[in-house]
Design a protein around this ligand. Structure first.
Ligand code: ATP
Ligand code: MG
Length: 392
């Protein structure tokens, strides 16, 4: 029934030149999201508003779902768009709107008119009063309540007139593409997809790197990571996923270094390699799913030890989250069910029984010296042989 959606976005935070960039990026992301939905849509920007016009038949729920995944949208309203044919005509339109959208007509209501077209001859207070009167005549069981109405009927008078009463919440955040690019260390776990989602929500374009250790990790584990990247990409747009064969490096560390330091040294090489891919892709930061104290490799000492090998800032959006809070987001964004599929990830195979929880950085650095002979070459090989998958 609705042919148009009005998009609401966080207007307060964006002033001046940035507003223009923000709106352009938002339009682009909305178009991208709707390109996956059956139907023809046009997305336009006018007078500080963004509208989606549906130019063919479409599935309402699919459009709503697509818009709910576009970062930067605070809310959106299915609107009835009508021509300006005078106040009497407008009253009829509003009544038609109420008849079509609501099955019952016994709610309390308030009309809220916004007159953006200043040439409109009647001021908004008068429009409110006139439309309110017409509604009461048409639906005698409805009642005006100006303080706490059940229905807030918006009437926006522009070149056309827009009538709406429902605001569907969007995800908020910033449109992807307004805040640069970052490299996500994506494993098959619960945390890292959520971390990618959260940084994407701040407007950052996401690329990803996954460390694969065949035959210790199976093709199914790799497929699971691709599937997770695909779910995250529904929000962030296409992701370049680099799949790095990490087996040789892991085995070499296993052979040369104390076993209680394996995880931490392995994590340091992951960060180093991720940073190399970041340089290749133009990413300006790394992203991980770490949270303080969650496991031995995420104590403050361990985080410091992994941090010291990179120059780029490392974003850890889950750093202060409890597992339960992370799980809630994972469920909301639909990665949870995939994340808990029971395929091994490369860390679980090489974990020591008693990993160090307070690694001393000098000690770790000394252990890494034992890798000197071959590690640089192995890192180069890992980078050169990585498979890059474009995930949509
Ligand atoms: P997750 O649920 O994201 O797997 P985790 O709680 O299992 O996290 P760790 O295994 O210690 O934690 O990993 C910490 C972070 O390191 C992950 O959130 C992820 O960003 C990165 N990471 C771990 N393993 C891999 C991997 N095989 N490939 C890419 N990144 C990884
Ligand atoms: Mg993990």
């Amino acid at each position: 029934m609705f042919k148009t959606f009005l998009i609401k976005y966080g207007e307060i935070a964006i002033k001046g030149k940035n507003r223009h960039l923000f709106e352009e990026a938002l339009v682009k992301q909305i178009r991208h999201a709707l390109s996956k939905v059956d139907g023809a849509f046009s997305v336009t920007r006018e007078q500080g508003r963004i509208y989606v016009d549906c130019e063919s038949d479409y599935d309402y729920d699919e459009v709503v779902e697509a818009l709910q995944r576009v970062f930067g949208i605070v809310g959106f309203c299915p609107v009835m768009k009508v021509e300006d044919g005078g106040l009497e005509e407008l009253g009829k339109d509003v009544i038609r709107f109420l008849s079509e959208v609501y099955e019952t007509h016994n709610q309390t209501f308030k009309v809220m008119t916004r007159r953006a077209k200043k040439s409109y001859p009647i001021d908004s207070m008068e429009v409110n009063a006139e439309l309110g009167g017409q509604i009461l005549d048409a639906f005698p069981e409805m009642k005006v309540d100006v303080h706490n109405p059940e229905l807030l009927i918006h009437v926006e008078i522009r070149e056309k007139i827009y009538i709406y009463s429902k605001v569907i919440p969007g995800p908020g955040g910033m449109p992807v593409g307004t805040s640069g690019r970052a490299m996500l260390l994506l494993s098959g776990g619960i945390d890292s997809p959520v971390a990618g989602y959260m940084i994407g929500k701040r407007g950052v374009v996401i690329d990803a790197v996954y460390f694969h250790a065949p035959p210790y990790t199976s093709d199914r584990a790799k497929q699971k990571v691709i599937d997770l990247a695909q779910i995250v990409a529904r929000y962030t747009g296409p992701i370049r996923l680099h799949v790095v064969n990490f087996t040789e490096i892991q085995l070499y560390i296993y052979e040369k270094c104390p076993h209680d330091e394996l995880t931490i040294i392995m994590r340091r090489y992951m960060m180093r390699i991720a940073e190399r891919f970041a340089a290749l892709d133009g990413s300006m930061a790394l992203i991980t799913g770490e949270s303080v104290g969650q496991v031995a490799s995420q104590t403050i000492q361990s985080l410091a030890a992994t941090n010291e090998v990179c120059d780029l800032p490392v974003f850890r959006p889950l750093i202060g989250f409890d597992k339960q809070e992370i799980v809630e987001v994972a469920k909301k964004i639909d990665t949870f069910e995939t994340s808990i599929l029971p395929f091994e990830d490369c860390c679980t195979i090489f974990v020591a029984k008693h990993p160090v929880t307070k690694p001393n950085r000098k000690v770790i650095q000394r252990s890494e010296l034992k890798l000197q002979e071959k590690i640089d070459e192995m890192v180069e090989t890992a980078i050169e042989t990585a498979e890059t998958i474009r995930v949509e």
